[in-house]
Ligand binder design. Structure first.
Ligand code: RI2
Length: 312
């Protein structure tokens, strides 16, 4: 199996997951495809690259880091196959390095918001959010973590594993115990799959409940998001598609047979309104959600026309 097919399959089945990791893996898959296409015809090369782009694009619908990464890698203008190939390789390498540096920078910026003695609640598993917590811990802050299980895929275990390996005191809680435990939290830090032009956050289902409970308890709600998590297509009025995953993630096929008339809803993400977000930590600084329009138009620099190219 080619790296392209393997990467697409692993993103689809969530072996590769987490919005940032998906973006980096997709960029590297395009790079590998560019390296392996054997042709002298630029049209042929372009056609094969577009097919690769499309295959990766269609793997998961919500995390905007995926189409953003694909577009960045595919921004090439070349007169020959070799020129195209080397531009794609350079674009992919620059994206991956930039993405890794962005996560580190977010860690440094976000850690300044974490005071000594803080307990931080987090949801699911976000590399960017975990980076803030780990960076704060490394600066000798006496911090602890409350991590939700994050049913049905239990990404909370990944967070617990990271925190335990780093020696950070951590409490694992049920998703349904968020409000009860919020009184013990001094801050909530979560990641992002997408941020819309009006500053709303799309993240793992359940995130909006953390935001509601944090708002009620006056606990700051902080989002860790690289700028490529902002969605240019929302500038055109489009909504971010919420991925609906297989019912078997919620209830086993055997149990489903027991209740043949039962419906199961399994949205993977939900929407947190910008009014519940105190701060978004990006690699270009800590910004209010109201600056989403600026990030999309000025930082990502994408013209409306480009953002509207039907993604492919
Ligand atoms: P980083 C994940 O989605 C979670 O929703 C997480 O908050 C978000 O991606 C961002 O993750 P999933 O792939 O990029 O587990 O910060 O469905 O690692």
């Amino acid at each position: 199996m080619t790296i392209l097919l393997e990467t697409a399959e692993k993103i689809r089945n969530m072996e590769i997951r987490g919005a940032g990791r998906i973006a980096r893996a997709a960029a590297l898959a395009l790079k590998d495809e560019a390296k392996s296409i054997e042709t002298d015809s630029l049209d042929d090369f372009n056609g094969k690259m577009k097919a690769a782009y499309k295959m990766l694009y269609l793997t998961r619908p919500t995390a905007v880091s995926l189409p953003n990464a694909l577009r960045i890698v595919m921004r090439y203008k070349a007169a020959t196959v070799e020129e195209a190939r080397s531009q794609i390789i350079a674009n992919a390498d620059a994206f991956v390095t930039g993405s890794e540096n962005a996560v580190k920078r977010i860690g440094e910026i976000g850690a300044r918001r974490i005071k000594d003695g803080y307990t931080i609640m987090t949801h699911c598993n976000s590399s960017a959010a975990a980076q803030i917590i780990q960076t704060a811990f490394k600066t000798k802050k006496d911090i602890s973590v409350i991590a939700t299980e994050t049913r049905p895929r239990m990404q909370g275990y990944v967070t617990v594993d990271i925190m335990q390996k780093a020696g950070i005191p951590t409490t694992l809680i049920l998703d349904s115990a968020v409000r009860y435990n919020m009184k013990k939290a001094d801050a909530v830090v979560v990641g992002a799959d997408a941020i819309t032009v009006n500053g709303n956050l799309i993240n793992k289902v359940g995130t909006s409940q953390l935001a509601l409970a944090a708002h009620e308890a006056r606990v700051p709600f902080i989002v860790a998001a690289e700028t490529y998590k902002f969605s240019p297509r929302t500038l055109l009025g489009e909504l971010v598609e919420i991925e609906e995953r297989d019912p078997s993630e919620v209830l086993s096929p055997e149990m489903q047979k027991k209740w043949p008339n039962l419906k199961i809803a399994n949205p993977a993400f939900d929407i947190t309104p910008h009014s519940y977000i105190d701060l978004i930590c990006t690699e270009i600084g800590a910004i209010p959600p109201e600056m989403a329009y600026w990030v999309i138009t000025e930082k990502l620099g994408w013209e409306i026309e480009e953002a509207g190219e039907n993604g492919i």
